[in-house]
Design a protein around this ligand. Structure first.
Ligand code: PKZ
Ligand code: NDP
Length: 515
């Protein structure tokens, strides 16, 4: 039996962000390996006309939780959905629920955050900084609390090249930022945001760094650890390979490339693609929860959950493997044949955006208008170009993250724990993982049936023929126009025609001689 799995037995666990990508996988793993845990409290906000209970019901009945139902048939009795909104100062949690959380919680996993790169600074500060501060205050009133695990990001200090497992000071005190967000209006915040964010690429990474400082400053007597995952991708092994449920990180671009929308990305092929499977992050998170509670380190330990220094992949290899998988497992109803490549600089990127993205969209929208349909491709393409530009910062740089604490923790695990809570990225086979990732996008995100692959391949063949036809027609028209305008072109054309004529005459003559 796994020591870590046994540790969570009988425990009352609070997870924020449990309805998110990582939170769901964390919940699933806990229920599957520690079905005798006492309860998992999750803070859920009502969303898209679903009550928190309805949202939880949908999650527990999703494909991700199929195995849980076998080992923990009463899972719905062990999960307590507490209506909450971390954007509110008191999280909008009822007094009764607050009382229960404070008196019963043994472990806190703080996953909730806004992960959008284009979020307004006020919203990002509220969620990634102020809510963290508020949760720490709550945790300090939990008499049975054994460990508080904060999920940050490996990019919280992406303004540095080499990043150690330490908390780096931010230029401005988090408290001052939180206070100023309370009285500044949006216009002023928009004005000063670039100066506040400084050399961080966006509000997300900046506020995650502030959040870490808050954890350090407000840790009081809490037993805390921080985990910094890099780019979290689909599951590697459990509960099954390739599971993904959002468009963040690489996933949105894989879809855009597979559907033939995305043809060029500004990326450095040799730059490290520091992806980390979500189940690897969750295994490390649960191991850290156990280690922090049982061994009670003297200070807050930071654990880097990254792959680049132990088992590096790069964007060129990833892009190649993604495209190779599309050959075998194409997405349905592609707009064009998938064929994305990396551009080296801004000028070629602007050129490719014009020629490979905007121009085809305009032509297609013209065709939609001619056929009485609403044009939509230009709008989609502009949004995609914008989305890609937000990700480019991470596609053209490499970072070095030290992983001493993570490797120390791995050495502390028994062989059984290393098997059950495997976070050893050195075992990851990138080609296999990327192929499963693309398959998972097709099955679990696009909800496309694998039986549709032959038709999808036929569709791509038709697109290829249309592409050749279009290019041939375009070339002939251009050549015809050129001949009409240019004497040189006419001379070249006549020279080619006479050459062909002489060659055909020679062939005919030689074939007659043989007869
Ligand atoms: C050959 C291939 C090589 C692959 C090569 C991959 C390299 C890829 C490197 C990533 C490197 C970052 C890693 C940092 C490390 C972290 O810590 S990241 C933490 C996770 N955070 C992220 O990844 C945030 C990135 N995403 C965002 O910030 C927002 O989704 C974006 C990109 C600003 C998009 O915002 P938006 O346009 O408002 O989109 P959103 O409202 O989410 O959805 C609107 C529409 O756009 C679509 N959409 C949303 N997001 C995306 C997207 N990312 N892409 C495309 N469409 C999208 C949706 O389907 C939606 O469609 P409709 O519902 O309107 O029909
Ligand atoms: N994805 C990645 O690549 C990486 C993620 N991380 C970190 O991992 C953690 C989880 O990320 P991930 O799962 O990808 O993010 P998601 O966006 O998938 O999930 C975010 C979670 O936070 C919850 N949340 C957001 N706003 C509120 C609110 N106002 N009140 C209550 N809950 C709220 C969301 O709830 P709801 O479902 O209602 O929206 C959701 O459950 C984050 O801290 C992130 O910074 C770190 C590195 C990389």
């Amino acid at each position: 039996m796994s020591t870590i799995a046994a540790f969570y037995g009988g425990k009352s666990i609070l997870i924020t962000g449990a309805t998110g990508f990582m939170g769901k996988v964390l919940m699933e793993k806990l229920f599957r390996t520690s079905p005798d845990l006492k309860v998992i409290y999750i803070l859920v906000r009502p969303k898209a006309d679903q009550t928190p209970q309805q949202r939880v019901f949908r999650i527990l009945n999703s494909k991700l939780f199929e195995k849980v139902k076998e080992v923990c048939p009463h899972v719905h009795e062990k999960i307590r959905a507490i209506s909450a909104d971390l954007n509110q100062s008191d999280f909008a949690i009822s007094k009764e629920d607050t009382q229960e959380l404070l008196s019963c919680t043994n472990i806190v996993f703080h996953c909730a955050a806004t992960v959008r790169f284009d979020d307004h600074l006020r919203h990002a500060v509220q969620l990634n900084v102020a809510a963290t501060q508020q949760l720490l205050l709550m945790a300090s009133q939990m008499p049975k609390l054994e460990a508080f695990i904060h999920i940050s990001t490996a990019y919280s200090n992406c303004n540095l090249k080499h990043i150690d497992e330490v908390i780096y000071p931010c230029p401005v005190e988090p408290k001052k930022i939180i206070d100023s967000m309370e009285w500044l209006d949006d216009a002023i915040i928009d004005e000063i945001a670039p100066k506040l964010i400084g050399d961080w690429p966006n509000a997300y990474t900046y506020t995650k760094a502030l959040g870490e400082m808050v954890v350090q400053q407000e840790s009081r007597n809490l037993n805390i650890a921080i985990i910094r995952p890099s780019i979290v991708g689909a599951t590697w092994q459990e509960p099954f390979p390739g599971w993904i449920d959002n468009l963040n990180g690489p996933t949105g671009l894989i879809i855009a490339a597979g559907k033939g929308f995305l043809r060029a990305i500004r990326a450095t092929p040799m730059a490290v693609a520091d992806l980390i499977p979500v189940d690897t992050v969750v295994n490390l998170t649960l191991a850290v929860g156990w280690y922090t509670a049982v061994h009670r380190p003297k200070s807050t330990l930071i654990y880097h959950c990254t792959s680049g220094n132990l088992n590096p992949c790069n964007w060129g290899k990833m892009g190649f493997q993604v495209l190779a998988t599309f050959e075998k497992v194409p997405f349905e109803k592609a707009f064009r044949r998938p064929n994305a490549d990396f551009t080296a600089n801004t000028i070629t990127t602007h050129y490719r955006n014009a020629v490979s993205h905007r121009a085809p969209a305009i032509i297609y929208d013209f065709y939609l208008r001619l056929t009485g349909r609403k044009p939509r491709m230009t709008k989609l393409m502009n949004r995609l170009i914008r989305n890609v530009s937000l990700l480019e910062y991470f596609l053209n740089r490499s970072w070095e993250w030290s992983t001493d604490n993570t490797e120390m923790l791995m050495s502390e695990l028994s062989p059984e724990d290393q098997r059950v809570f495997n976070f050893d990225v050195r075992q990851l086979n990138w080609l296999e993982y990327i192929e499963n990732y693309v398959l998972g996008v097709k099955k679990y995100l696009l909800k496309e049936d694998m039986a549709g692959i032959p038709e999808a391949k036929q569709h791509l063949k038709r697109l290829r023929n249309i592409h050749y036809l279009f290019n041939t027609a375009f070339f002939l028209i251009a050549w015809r126009l050129l001949i009409a305008k240019s004497q040189i072109a006419r001379n070249v054309w006549f020279f080619i025609v006479s050459l062909c004529y002489k060659f055909l005459s020679y062939v005919r003559a030689s074939s007659m001689l043989k007869v």
